[in-house]
Design a protein around this ligand. Structure first.
Ligand SMILES: [Zn+2]
Length: 406
C-alpha cells in the first residue's frame, strides 16, 4: 500500500500520472496535464440521465459523481488514501473555512490545496457564498459584496466576487465556483428576485476576474422555487458561457417535488454539453431523481455528519446505532457491504464505540457511509448504461420512510 502510494506521489510530482481503470466495461487510459473538458459518454434511454467524463489537470472524474466534503481541507475522519481506495475521484473543499482558517495565502504558500492536504486528485471548491449566508451573521449585502462575521472569532470580513475567485485561485482547485447570493427557504418573490439579480451581476464580475488557466469556473443558478426566476437565472447565466453550472438554492427545506420541478425547468435550459452540479444534496432518493434529470455532480456533508452522530446509511434505511435495539446485535451493518466496518465488526461493537466517542467508531461509520454513497453512484452509472434509470428510481422511492428491520 505504502509503496504504491509513494510511486504515485512521485509520478504526480512529475506530472505523468496515468489513470487506467475499468468502469462498467469501459477501459480508459488517460494522461494528466490537459485543460478542463466534459464529455457525455452514454445517455439513459428513459430519462435525461447521462454518463459523463470530466477531465481536469489532476485527472478524470466519471459522472454522475458524489463528492465527499472536505470542509476544512479534510474529509472528517478519513485519510486521502482511504478516499482513493473507496474510489472517489474528486472531493469538495469549502473556501469559506479555508479563507478564515488557515487563510488561502498560507495554502498557496504550501503549494496549493492538493499539496497542502495530500490529495492529488481533482478538487472542487465552492465560493463561500452558501456559508456566508447560512453560518455567519451577515451584516450587509451590497452590490460590492457581502460583509459577514467569522463563525470562528466574530471578526468582520468583506467577501467580493473578485475575492472569492482570487481565494480559489490561491487554493488551486480544479473547479472553482462564482460567489452567489443565497436566500433561505421560504423566501418572498422579491427576495428571490433580488438574489437572482445580485448573483447575475456577481457572475459577470467573477468571470472577468478569473485568470487561472488550469482551473475551470462554474456559474451558479438561483431562483428559489419560482419557475420563471429559475428560468431567467439559468438562461442569463448560460449566456455567460461558464465551463459548468452549479444549481444552488435547492435542498434547503422545500418539498422534494418542488425541487424536482425546479431541476426540470433548469435542465431544459442549461447547455447539454456542460457538467451540472447540484449543491448540497445527499439523500439517496433525491439524488437518484436528480441524476434522472441530468445532474452530473453532487456533494453533501450528510453521509459524514450522520456517521459522527452514530447513523449508518443502509439500503434498508438509516440505522441509528444509539437505539438500544442494537446493543446485542451481532450482525454487520449490511450483509453485502464491502467496507471495513461491515467486513470485520458488528452493530453492537460499532454502537459501543460510538457511545463512548471512540475515534475508531467515527472512522468506521464514516467509511461505511462513504462506501454506501459510492456504490449508489456506481449503481446510477450502471443503470444509465443499461437504460434502466426508471427502474432504479422505483427501487429508491420512499427511501426516507424506510426503517431497518430488526
Ligand atoms: Zn459497510
Amino acid at each position: 500500500m505504502r509503496l504504491r502510494l509513494e510511486a504515485e506521489q512521485a509520478a504526480f510530482r512529475k506530472g505523468t500520472v496515468e489513470e487506467e481503470r475499468t468502469i462498467n466495461g469501459m477501459r480508459e487510459s488517460r494522461k494528466s496535464g490537459k485543460a478542463f473538458s466534459f464529455a457525455i459518454l452514454r445517455r439513459d434511454t428513459g430519462t435525461r440521465a447521462r454518463l459523463g467524463r470530466m477531465s481536469t489537470n489532476h485527472g478524470d472524474v466519471l459522472t454522475p459523481a458524489f463528492l465527499p466534503v472536505g470542509t476544512r481541507g479534510t474529509v472528517k475522519a478519513m485519510s486521502p488514501w482511504e478516499l482513493r481506495d473507496i474510489g472517489y475521484e474528486m472531493i469538495l473543499a469549502n473556501t469559506y473555512h479555508l479563507f478564515l482558517r488557515p487563510g488561502c495565502d498560507l495554502v498557496k504558500e504550501a503549494g496549493g490545496l492538493h499539496a497542502f492536504m495530500g490529495w492529488d486528485r481533482p478538487i472542487l471548491t465552492d465560493s463561500g457564498g452558501f456559508q456566508v449566508f447560512s453560518l455567519s451573521p451577515t451584516l450587509e449585502v451590497a452590490e460590492e459584496g457581502v460583509r459577514f462575521r467569522s463563525v470562528y472569532d466574530g471578526s468582520e470580513h468583506l467577501l467580493t466576487p473578485e475575492m472569492a475567485v482570487a481565494s480559489q485561485e490561491d487554493l488551486g482547485s480544479d473547479v472553482a465556483m462564482i460567489l452567489d447570493h443565497c436566500v433561505a427557504y421560504p423566501a418572498s418573490r422579491e427576495e428571490v428576485e433580488s438574489s437572482v439579480e445580485v448573483t447575475l451581476g456577481w457572475a459577470e464580475r467573477s468571470r472577468a476576474a478569473h485568470s487561472l488557466k488550469s482551473q475551470a469556473l462554474f456559474g451558479i443558478v438561483q431562483g428559489g422555487t419560482y419557475a420563471d426566476l429559475r428560468r431567467r437565472s439559468a438562461a442569463e447565466t448560460a449566456r455567460m458561457d461558464f465551463a459548468g453550472y452549479g444549481i444552488g438554492g435547492l435542498s434547503v427545506g422545500e418539498p422534494r417535488e418542488v425541487m424536482l420541478e425546479c431541476l426540470d425547468v433548469q435542465a431544459a435550459i442549461l447547455p447539454e454539453g456542460r457538467p451540472r452540479h447540484l449543491l448540497g444534496i445527499g439523500d439517496p432518493e433525491g439524488l437518484v431523481e436528480a441524476v434522472a434529470r441530468g445532474v452530473d455532480i453532487f456533494d453533501c456533508v450528510l453521509p459524514t455528519r450522520l456517521a459522527r452522530n452514530g447513523v449508518a446509511i443502509t439500503r434498508q434505511g438509516r440505522m441509528n446505532l444509539r437505539h438500544a435495539v442494537y446493543r446485542r446485535d451481532l450482525r454487520p451493518l449490511e450483509e453485502d457491504c464491502p467496507c471495513p466496518a461491515c467486513a470485520s465488526f458488528t452493530r453492537a461493537y460499532l454502537r459501543h464505540l460510538h457511545g463512548l466517542g471512540e475515534i475508531l467508531g467515527h472512522r468506521l461509520l464514516t467509511w461505511h457511509n462513504l462506501v454506501f454513497m459510492q456504490r449508489l453512484l456506481l449503481d446510477c452509472r450502471a443503470a444509465i448504461e443499461a437504460g434502466r434509470m426508471v427502474q432504479l428510481i422505483q427501487e429508491w422511492r420512499g427511501y426516507s420512510e424506510r426503517i431497518p428491520r430488526e
